[in-house]
Structure formats: C-alpha cells, structure tokens
Write a new protein. Structure first.
Length: 237
C-alpha cells in the first residue's frame, strides 16, 4: 500500500510539473508573440505614415476608407475564420508564429499537421503544440532561404518555367488542403464523411461564398460534439 501511494504521489507531482511547464510556456508565448506581432504592425504602418505625413503623399481619408471597406468586404470574414479554424492544429505558439510569418494555409498548417502525424500525436495536445511550433519554425527558416534565392533570381526562374507547369499553380493550395483533410479523415472516417458532406451541401446552397467556410466549421464541430457527447453518455450508462 505504501509503495502504491508513493507511486501515485510521484505521478501526480510529475503531472503538476508538466502542467506548470506548459502554463509557463504559454505565458512566454503570449508575451513574445504580442511583442513581435505589434512590432511588425508598427513597421508595416510606418511606411504609409511616412509617405503620407512626412513626404506629403497622403491620398485623402476618403480614398483610404473606400479602399479599406472594399478590401474588408472581400476578405474581412477571414480575419475571424482563420484564427478560429487553425488554432486547434497550431496551438498558442504556433498561431503567433504562423500569423507573423504568413503562408499559413500553404506552409505553416501543412508543416504542423505533418509533424504531428509523424510523431503520432493529436492536434490540440501539449505534444502536438510543441511539434507544431518546431515544424513552423523549421518551415519558416526554409521558406526564408528560398525567398532569398527567389528574390535574387526569381524572375529568371519564372521566365523558364513552361506554361503547362504554370497552369497548375492555382491547384496547389486546394491540393494541400485535400491532403490535410485526408490525413485526419483516415483517423476518424465518420467525422471525415460528415465534414465533406456538409461542405458539399453548403457548396450547392445559394449562400455567400465568404461565410461557407465558417458555416462548414461550425456545423461540423457541432455535430461531432453531439456524437461525442452521446458516446460518453453511453459509456457512463
């Protein structure tokens, strides 16, 4: 009995230490994430402010407001959809890194999902978040190296690529999302079938394209939660 009690106490201490370490990791992620994001925001707006108020090239507030409203009406919903839909896979640190570096859909998200799949962990877990952060960091470094090469010789490379190859470029991002979906659907075929059925239904319905993605996420998550709750109730019963 004494040995069992000590083993239980040791396991509880280890769990508490892990929870404390993860909490500290999240605190530091929030701190440095906010610092870096706000730094980038400041640097981004410093150029138009310099051009407008220092060099005298201000276009007028009406033109700025018109352009902003036109832009926001097209992709404004994405400002809310992407953080919500990507967070379960990216985690706290991965979300900050992804939205700082960009290329979320075609680089950060696939890298995080591939890393989690490689080590056999689930999105949303502590292990999965660490894997996502490391994968996004490595992908960002590789992306930076390729960007340097493309900046130095990208025009020449694009000029020698055949038109038949360029014609497939628009299908790259959809194929990446298809691969990610298949990867997770193989683990939960029922939920994968539900997700694709809802997506097809919303695609056929006459609703604004911008909210189809958000509705698909909300409907799929709601149905999956109901099913999981019923399974839990059946186990308890």
């Amino acid at each position: 009995m004494e040995v069992s009690r000590r083993v239980i106490e040791t396991e509880e201490e280890q769990s508490a230490k892990k929870a404390l370490s993860m909490s500290l990791f999240h605190q530091r992620s929030h701190f440095w994430g906010r610092v870096t994001i706000w730094t980038v925001i400041f640097l981004t707006i410093s150029l138009p402010f310099t051009l407008s108020f220092y060099l005298g090239y201000h276009p007028g507030w009406q033109a700025i407001l018109t352009g902003f409203l036109a832009y926001a009406s097209v992709i404004g919903v994405i400002w809310f959809v992407e953080p919500i839909s990507y967070y379960p896979t990216l985690g706290v640190s991965g979300t900050y890194m992804a939205f700082l570096t960009g290329n979320i859909a075609n680089m950060c998200l696939p890298s995080a999902a591939a890393a989690q799949n490689a080590i056999g962990t689930d999105p949303g877990s502590k292990k999965g978040e660490i894997a996502a952060a490391l994968a996004i960091g490595a992908a960002s470094i590789v992306n930076l190296l390729f960007l340097i090469m493309i900046i130095l010789g990208g025009s020449y490379v694009l000029s020698i690529i055949p038109e038949s190859v360029k014609s497939v470029f628009p299908y790259i991002v959809p194929s990446i999302f298809g691969g990610i979906f298949a990867q997770f659907a193989l683990k939960k075929p029922l939920y994968g079938g539900i997700a694709i059925s809802i997506a097809l239904l919303l695609y056929l319905l006459s609703i604004p394209t911008l909210i189809k993605g958000l509705l698909c996420i909300i409907c799929t998550v709601s149905i999956v939660l109901v099913i999981e709750k019923k399974k839990l109730n059946n186990k308890v019963a």
